[in-house]
Design a protein around this ligand. Structure first.
Ligand code: ATP
Length: 266
């Protein structure tokens, strides 16, 4: 992936997230900092509960009060943390978007695929005219190698892999600068998973968007990403180029993670 232009698209500085329920506070992310460059795919790996999804929520501005985030998430020169909902809505699902798991509830199940696309086009790009919308929908369906007839299908009529490609197409249709993918392929078998990840990678290369890819799965990070962060207990315990980390893990947890790769190969 071309990250030569080292333009920073997202600058996370001392981000902490505190969940608060019934007066009890818990720090799920503890003063972490990292940068995302244009065109870069950054993997975030770590065990369950490490705080990976919480980072995604903070970047999307969807930490619900009384829980809160502190620190800075700088996008286009502005701090997303503490930004008004009005301003956030101009960025969220538009310039910064998210791909979830291909579960049934990721798409509106009572609407056709075409209607799911139309809602996004209307809300985010103000496109109401059917002909114009159709051209855009056809374009992104081709990008994710889906036949155009899926427009008339309902989500339950599609396989998990097809649904996930629809979600990728939905995320890419607004031309986002940043895509956050949180465990996007966990529900898929391994062959379909790598097919979907290849399509995702191809689309990012085509569009020049950057991505934060969150997973437990180290092989898929190696396949997809340029750099990675390793998280444990809300902290970044290691970060850098994937090759360097795999060849020379510094942290005990990362060493364990990398050793699982060798076990698979042995
Ligand atoms: N809404 C919430 N209220 C309170 N605590 C929460 C909330 N969401 C997450 N947590 C806690 O914050 C910590 C980090 O959770 P998070 O979901 O970010 O971890 P994760 O690394 O994404 O885990 P997984 O890989 O299992 O999805 C966990 O201890 C979790 O229990």
């Amino acid at each position: 992936m071309d990250t030569n232009s080292s333009e920073i698209v997202l600058d996370v500085r001392n981000l902490s997230v505190i969940y608060s329920s019934y007066g009890v506070e818990k720090k799920a992310v503890d003063s972490i900092s990292f940068k995302l460059r244009r065109g870069e795919i950054l993997g975030i790996v770590g065990e369950s509960g490490a705080g990976k999804s919480t980072i995604a929520k903070a970047i999307m501005g969807i930490i619900d009060p009384p829980s809160y985030a502190t620190g800075e998430v700088i996008f286009n020169g502005k701090n997303i943390i503490g930004m008004s909902e009005y301003k956030l809505n101009k960025i969220r699902w538009n310039k910064i978007t998210m791909i979830f798991q291909a579960s049934m509830n990721s798409l509106n199940p009572v609407e056709s695929v075409k209607s799911n696309f139309m809602s996004v086009l209307k809300d985010k790009l103000n496109i109401n005219e059917k002909g114009e919308a159709e051209v855009k929908i056809d374009e992104v369906l081709r990008y994710v190698s889906l036949p155009l007839y899926v427009k008339d299908n309902f989500p339950h009529e599609l396989s998990g892999g097809m649904r996930q490609r629809i979600l990728i197409a939905l995320a890419m249709i607004t031309g986002p600068e940043i895509v956050i993918a949180d465990e996007p392929t966990t529900a898929l078998d391994i062959i379909t998973e790598f097919y979907v990840l290849s399509i995702l990678k191809k689309n990012l290369q085509r569009s020049g968007s950057s991505m934060i890819y969150i997973t437990h799965d180290l092989p898929s990070v190696i396949f997809l990403a340029d750099e990675m962060l390793v998280m444990k207990d809300g902290l970044i315990v290691e970060k850098g180029a994937i090759k360097n980390i795999i060849n020379n893990p510094q942290n005990e947890y990362t060493r364990k993670l990398v050793s699982t790769l060798n076990e698979v190969i042995d």
